[in-house]
Design a protein around this ligand. Structure first.
Ligand SMILES: C[S@@+](CC[C@H](N)C(=O)[O-])C[C@H]1O[C@@H](n2cnc3c(N)ncnc32)[C@H](O)[C@@H]1O
Ligand SMILES: [Zn+2]
Ligand SMILES: [Zn+2]
Length: 337
């Protein structure tokens, strides 16, 4: 039986684009080893980020073969130069634009890199604030490394900040916005998928302070139960399960977060069953449940008091009420963020 089918209890879990972009963490780690490192033939790039691209390159030479190595990869800057050339041709950027004007490259799988990556096909989601549909379509069709094009402002938080706020999403103009981040935990790496138009961006760091704080607290218990009440894509609760938490309850008010948390559980080796509901209990497994609810409404769903309650609000959110509610459901509450 296929590994993924077993992890998702015989459901065919696919990326929302219909493709098979969701892989098990084991498979992601296997391909990650040398994925972004140059081979002997890869061409280094000497483009200056603050100098207009048209002063450094003859733009008519820039196409999908420009600076392409036989191994099928190109330096990140070469890819972004190709993106920028299309934007300039389409009148979306001034002729004297520099690489910085092309947008934010979101690499997948994302993990802390010591040097700029060499990218293969389908390995980059482009986030950019000013772009029209036609340019997005051209970039998607002509730049093989680009998996999807998102329109949005990096400074704006994606998702919902609390129950009163209306959701903010980036607009997916073309392709697929699913990426995977690889995060180190005390019990090994975990893979956290995110539809980047719907889930906030957190760039992976060599050490993750949120995971460290949670594990320092967990170390004071033996196999604690954990309530990750603002779970986002599930990073903290999944890290807790991997390190031997007896039970974890995940919850998020935002359905795309609760859904991708359930997917991420399967991806990381915790078989999950989906409930087909979009509110309340979304998915469950042997020792975890995933809810989609305002944390103010969570208490009736819970059957016990949890050892550790984790609150990870977006910056600027007043979490006084969150702490008070969690204090009633958990022995100890930690506030992260
Ligand atoms: C900073 S993110 C959590 C990130 C997550 N801990 C991680 O490490 O990936 C904050 C989350 O709180 C959720 N949230 C906001 N208000 C909430 C509420 N009233 N009840 C439950 N979740 C809420 C948001 O949807 C968002 O996913
Ligand atoms: Zn996809
Ligand atoms: Zn190469």
């Amino acid at each position: 039986m296929c590994k993924m089918t077993a992890l998702f209890k015989h459901m065919d879990i696919r990326c929302s684009c219909g493709d098979h972009h969701i892989k098990s963490c084991e498979d992601v780690m296997e391909t990650l080893k040398n994925q972004f490192l140059p081979c002997r033939g890869c061409l280094a790039d000497d483009l200056k980020k603050f100098r207009p691209l048209n002063q450094q390159v003859d733009l008519k030479n820039v196409d999908y073969q420009w600076k392409l190595c036989k191994c099928g990869r190109r330096h990140l800057d070469s890819v972004m130069a190709h993106v920028l050339k299309i934007m300039m041709e389409e009148g979306q950027r001034k002729n004297n634009s520099t690489l910085r004007h092309a947008g934010t490259p979101l690499i997948t799988p994302g993990y802390p890199l010591k040097s700029p990556p060499y990218l293969g096909k389908d390995s980059l989601v482009l986030l950019t604030d000013e772009i029209d549909h036609k340019s997005a379509l051209r970039i998607y069709k002509e730049v093989p490394e680009v998996r999807g094009v998102l329109k949005g402002d990096l400074k704006e938080t994606v998702g919902v900040t609390d129950s009163e706020s209306s959701p903010h999403t980036y607009q997916l103009l073309k392709g697929c916005d699913l990426r995977c981040d690889v995060l180190e935990t005390p019990s090994g790496p975990i893979c956290i998928y995110k539809n980047q138009g719907q889930i906030h961006i957190e760039f992976p760091k060599p050490s993750n302070p949120k995971i460290t704080v949670l594990h320092e607290t967990m170390d004071q218990y033996s196999n604690p139960s954990v309530l990750d009440c603002t779970c986002g894509p599930g990073t903290l609760g999944i890290s807790a399960l991997k390190s031997g938490a007896r039970k974890v309850v995940f919850n998020d008010i935002w359905y795309p977060a609760a859904w991708i948390t359930s997917v991420n559980l399967g991806v990381n080796g915790f078989p999950v069953e989906f409930s087909q509901k979009k509110q309340g209990l979304i998915g469950e497994g042997d020792n975890f449940q995933v809810y989609c609810a305002d944390l103010r409404d969570l208490k009736p769903f819970l059957d016990e008091k949890y050892d550790i309650g984790v609150i990870d609000p977006f910056p600027g959110v007043d979490f006084t009420e969150f702490s008070q509610i969690m204090g009633e459901i958990c022995h100890e509450v930690i506030i992260i963020g």
